[in-house]
Ligand binder design. Structure first.
Ligand code: AMP
Ligand code: GLY
Length: 428
């Protein structure tokens, strides 16, 4: 049996661990740092997900057969490289490929060079030049992005010149996101439904996973602040077979080939954030990892052994596997702490879940929970849990997920009541 160490501690990692635990090959699962819910499925170690020497030392102690590095920061910082250098089998790209998420300037230049469809853009390091460009374009909304990682908050959609100028000053002059915003991208505003497509790739073969839809805004009707994601569903009804074919030809394969041509072979999960514009699908962003909370609806739909897939990627033998997906739909509703995505309390007692942190009929993926000394679940983050269910169709998956949500409570809990409504309308 294979023992696996998963690095990370959110809902995405919980979903990866629960899927791995179904594998006929997998023995022990370790997680660092994990969380309260994850600790019911994996042995957790208190080592931070960005602590490269700490994780390498832990791996040397545990000697896992594979290490899965799930979050963006450690990948961009070179954790996969450090583990590979010690001889571990790793699922996740090296730093020279993770830059596809780590630098928006890199990814935009890659797309321009290799004719991969994306929004027009310019790069700036001086605020005067950026502001002069905004004034000359005089086109709003304007999209302003910090070059580097910014905890998912580095994109500003400015509705007018005042907001745009403010965003430029905040990023370049005030370094609102630290070094990440010393360089910015200003790009064309695109319109159309958004689709997330995660893919498995070993650098030769790219296998798109079932498509999904995120709900990024905090409140119903896509109002409120941007969040890490308040809910997801799969498959995404806007992602038709025809569009999938076009994406493979114009985006997925060209991206894999472009990374190879640059000497930056990508292996792991490459996430394509797409917008289906009136002029065809375009790339909004790349992520070098599984999406969160997309993974929570994609992996339950996987009709394959996840360990076998990870191993095939690591051995560059992905072409030998046939990866299938279940029929039906999957939906995830995130329950967040009162106040999220702004400041929120922690340590609030949760009720309604069984000993394993689950409820009947759902997968409850824990994102921000911990166990009290006497074993009760407490909140410990902004996004607390993702209540996920599968159904024969989207409506039944949503119904089951919301039934699960109704069973769980904690003071201040909030969640969107309209996850999936737009998708249901698209389905007609
Ligand atoms: P990101 O943090 O890169 O995922 O971007 C956050 C969100 O900003 C995306 O999910 C889109 O909704 C939006 N966005 C980013 N780039 C553009 C663009 N060029 N046009 C319109 N919306 C965009
Ligand atoms: N849900 C969007 C992301 O993982 O970046």
């Amino acid at each position: 049996m294979k023992n696996i160490l998963v690095v990370g501690g959110g809902g995405r990692e919980h979903a990866i661990i629960m899927k791995l635990s179904e594998s006929r090959h997998v023995g022990k699962i370790y997680c660092a740092p994990g969380n309260g819910g994850i600790s019911k499925y994996a042995e957790c170690f208190n080592v931070g997900a960005t602590d490269i020497p700490g994780i390498v030392a832990l791996a040397k102690e545990l000697i896992p057969d594979m290490v899965v590095v799930a979050p963006d920061d450690p990948l961009v910082m070179g954790m996969a490289d450090a583990l590979r250098a010690e001889g571990f089998m790793v699922f996740g790209p090296n730093a020279n490929a993770a830059i596809i998420e780590g630098s928006k300037v890199f990814s935009k230049e890659l797309m321009k060079k290799y004719n991969i469809p994306t929004a027009f853009y310019e790069v700036f390091t001086e605020s005067e030049k950026a502001i002069a460009y905004l004034k000359e374009q005089n086109s709003y909304p304007a999209v302003i992005k910090a070059d580097g990682l910014a905890l998912g908050k580095g994109v500003i959609i400015a509705q007018n010149e005042k907001e745009a100028v403010q965003a430029v000053h905040d990023m370049i002059d005030e370094l609102k996101f630290g070094k990440s915003s010393a360089r910015i991208v200003i790009e064309e505003f695109l319109t159309g439904p958004e689709v997330s497509v995660l893919s498995f790739t070993d650098g030769k073969t790219v296998v798109p996973m079932i498509s999904s839809m995120d709900h990024k805004r905090a409140l119903d009707g896509d109002k409120g602040l941007n969040t890490g994601g308040m809910g997801t569903l799969s498959p995404n009804p806007y992602y038709t077979e025809e569009i999938a074919k076009e994406c493979m030809e114009t985006i997925f394969l060209p991206t894999i080939n472009a990374m190879n041509a640059e000497g930056r072979t990508f292996e792991g999960c490459l996430y394509f954030g797409l917008m289906i514009t009136p002029n065809g699908p375009k790339v909004i962003e790349y992520n070098c990892r599984f999406g969160d909370p997309e993974t929570q609806v994609v992996l339950p739909m996987l009709d394959a052994d996840l360990y076998e897939v990870f191993e095939a990627v690591s051995r560059h033998e992905l072409d030998k596997l046939e990866i299938k997906w279940h029929e039906g739909s999957c939906a995830c509703v995130v329950m967040a702490s009162g106040g999220y995505p702004e400041s929120y309390p922690k340590g609030i007692e949760m009720n309604g879940m069984d000993d394993k942190g689950q409820v009947d009929g759902c997968f409850v993926y824990h994102a921000g929970t911990k166990l009290s000394e006497d074993g009760r679940f407490l909140t410990n983050g902004g996004r607390v849990i993702g209540v996920t269910a599968k159904g024969a169709d989207l409506q039944s998956a949503l119904d089951k997920a919301y039934e699960g949500v109704e069973k769980i409570g904690f003071d201040g809990a909030h969640y969107r009541k309209d996850i999936g409504q737009r998708a249901l309308k698209a389905l007609g």
